[in-house]
Design a binder for this molecule. Structure first.
Ligand SMILES: [Zn+2]
Ligand SMILES: [Zn+2]
Length: 398
């Protein structure tokens, strides 16, 4: 009897522990939505930064990185209102929304508006536990006629465009500069490679050779970036897998994929305009603080989305479990994409139609990621019949 009781107690205890750990695995997920790639009048965007930040804040984002080309918005800059602004009533809209906060002056018949610095913008919009404004720069370099654009999230000091002897050299020098700044200032920050297929500037081979890169844009919402590739260039999702097969073989940490807006146009909306709301990341972090978001992203604890929302994404030693937060009337397909030892390519290991699925790791699996497709068409897409998707990060099989 005593022995049986003991057995029962131990058994119940185990069940209790299992229930707690299962509950924790989903209860502990705190997803924060953010866009890491945005332009304003500080470079070639067509609106004041406050209007842009306000849009993201009003549309349920928890963080936004302002990433203008080759500037961190830390100087005194009076922007001259030109024909484009008059056409879009850019200043009027800004004044209507922000009133006395707006600073203007006239000089020789020109209307000038002072762009607020990053620090001013951050103190105006950042709210503890609800909204972060992250300092960023799109370090915009090139090699010959090939664009090499790299975002630096949570940058502290501006990095000037980098010159080098090849596309790879420019990228590597940029990354090295980011790592050096991070180390010398002891501030967490990371670089992500932007739109590799923009002008077909960055090839899969270039990305394979890089050392120290962890992130690239698997999706960029700018209509000119060729996420889908063409007859002679692979799409960015295929590129991602090819890079990771190589990184795995070389013993490098795997590359993670982000989705971003790369928004520039805030007054005209079409598939030819780089608008807001097209691509974002969802980061699982208990605290909404820049350091925590960066650390979660560096652990791969996030997914990229163009409209599919995940309710749960959980992995342990045995399996991956995933559950979509479905939209009414939308159908989903969950595809486990994996690379097996000795294989040539990443292939679909398992496909499930529905809103939840799990995958049990097999002996030969090296890494597995999940692609979630839907049949929901995107509003304001960048290409015909674009559907809402999500991509989790690749997970190394135990
Ligand atoms: Zn760019
Ligand atoms: Zn950009």
């Amino acid at each position: 009897m005593i022995a049986l009781n003991k057995f029962l107690l131990v058994g119940l205890g185990l069940i209790a522990i299992q229930l707690i750990s299962c509950e924790n695995s989903s209860a502990e997920q705190h997803w924060h939505k953010g866009n890491l790639h945005t332009h304003s009048l500080w470079s070639d965007g067509d609106d004041f930064p406050e209007m842009i930040i306000q849009w993201y804040k009003d549309n349920d984002y928890q963080f936004i990185a302002l990433s203008d080309h080759n500037t961190i918005g830390d100087s005194e800059f009076w922007y001259e209102i030109k024909e484009r602004e008059r056409k879009h009533k850019t200043l009027e809209k800004y004044q209507n929304r922000f009133g006395d906060w707006v600073e203007t002056k006239t000089d020789s018949g020109k209307t000038l508006v002072r762009l607020k610095t990053f620090e001013e913008l951050q103190s105006k919009f950042q709210l503890p536990d609800s909204f972060l404004v992250i300092k960023s720069e799109e370090v915009t370099s090139s090699f010959e006629n090939k664009p090499v654009h790299i975002n630096v999230t949570n940058i502290e000091e501006k990095i000037d465009p980098i010159r080098g002897t090849s596309v790879l050299d420019v990228m590597q020098r940029t990354l090295d500069a980011v790592h050096e700044q991070r180390k010398s200032l002891n501030i967490p920050m990371f670089a992500h490679i932007n739109h590799p297929n923009f002008g077909y500037g960055i090839s899969t081979e270039d990305l394979k050779q890089l050392n120290g890169e962890r992130f690239f844009e698997v999706y960029n919402g700018h209509p000119a970036v060729n996420n889908e590739g063409d007859d002679t260039h692979v799409d960015t999702e295929t590129m991602w897998d090819l890079i990771n097969i190589h990184y795995y073989k070389e013993g490098k940490p795997l590359m993670f994929g982000v989705a971003t807006d790369d928004s520039h146009r805030y007054h005209t909306f079409s598939s030819k305009d780089s608008n807001t709301g097209r691509g974002w990341v969802m980061v699982n972090s208990k605290k909404l603080a820049t350091e925590d978001l960066i650390s979660a992203m560096e652990n791969g604890d996030f997914y990229a989305s163009t409209g599919v929302h995940l309710k749960k994404f959980y992995t342990d030693q045995n399996q991956i479990e995933i559950e979509v937060g479905p939209e009414v009337g939308v159908n989903y397909e969950i595809i486990f994409m994996g690379y097996k030892k000795g294989a040539e390519a990443v292939v679909a290991l398992k496909k499930v139609k529905g809103t939840s699925a799990s995958y049990t790791f097999q002996k030969e699996d090296v890494f597995v990621r999940v692609s979630i497709n839907s049949d929901a068409k995107k509003e304001n897409p960048i290409m015909v019949d674009e559907i809402k998707k999500a991509w989790t990060q690749p997970i190394l099989a135990p």
